[in-house]
Design a protein around this ligand. Structure first.
Ligand code: PGA
Length: 245
């Protein structure tokens, strides 16, 4: 089983804090790298410097959907590639719902990453009202099929199921609901793309207790973790709990 624990820094960390995190998690990773892959999705400005550590895999949290040219302020896939960035988060709910990214923009970003052979953490997830209205499966299906239009390099793909209502709330999904979503997502990939070894993470208020449940009670491949991963000691505890579960 391939396991991943990915830390999503969001808009946090000074450069000094970033270096301290990398030093702590980097030395921990030397002990555990055969058991779990650690990814850090960091702000653009730190990607180049942190990639040079060469220990924890560095991803960006966003990338432009344009390739290059007169687009003031944009950071492109080829720029990220040129500083040894391994991959990028695409479709995170904060980008979909705060910055208005739709499936079409998300698809362009994914195809551009594919063209450059970079990995993709593709986030999908329903809002609370969609869950209450019984639309979870429809929302997930549409996000997957629209986001992955013309996509072929499934070896580059990591999917993160992150119910919007569980992100940053301190309340993760209940395990039976997670198992239900996992089965549904894996079936979509099997039925539509003939993929039966999808790398699938859960995200949304994951903490040191919930990682144990993910490992013991589901067949998910790990987690995408926000706030509980920001303090090095807290993330090390998460890594230990996951490995020992
Ligand atoms: P959280 O964030 O762990 O703080 O809920 C997860 C995410 O947004 O990826």
């Amino acid at each position: 089983m391939k396991y991943i624990l990915a830390s999503n820094w969001k808009a946090n960390f000074t450069f000094e804090e970033a270096k301290i995190w990398f030093e702590s998690i980097g030395s921990k990773y030397n002990e555990v790298r055969n058991e779990v892959r650690i990814i850090a999705a960091v702000p653009y400005v730190y990607v180049h410097y942190l990639s040079s550590y060469g220990i924890v895999d560095v991803f960006a949290q966003n990338v432009s959907h344009v390739k290059q040219g007169a687009f003031t302020g944009e950071v492109t896939v080829s720029m990220l590639k040129s500083v040894n960035c391994k991959g990028c988060i695409v479709g995170h709910s904060e980008r979909r719902h705060i910055f208005g990214e739709n499936d079409d923009i998300i698809n362009k970003k994914i195809l551009s990453l594919q063209e450059n052979s970079m990995e993709i953490i593709f986030c999908i997830g329903e809002k609370l009202e969609e869950r209450k209205e019984g639309k979870t499966k429809e929302v997930l299906f549409n996000q997957i099929v629209n986001g992955l239009k013309d996509f072929e390099r499934f070896d580059l793909l990591i999917v993160a199921y992150e119910p919007v209502w569980a992100i940053g709330t301190g309340v993760p999904i209940e395990i039976p609901d997670l198992i239900d979503a996992e089965n549904f997502i894996r079936k979509i990939f099997k039925d539509n793309f003939n993929i039966d070894n999808l790398t699938l993470l859960y995200g949304g208020s994951v903490d040191k207790e919930f990682v144990k449940k993910i490992k013991q009670e589901t067949t998910m491949n790990g987690a995408l973790i926000g706030s509980a991963s920001w303090k090095p000691d807290g993330f090390i505890q998460i890594i230990d709990n996951f490995i020992n579960a």
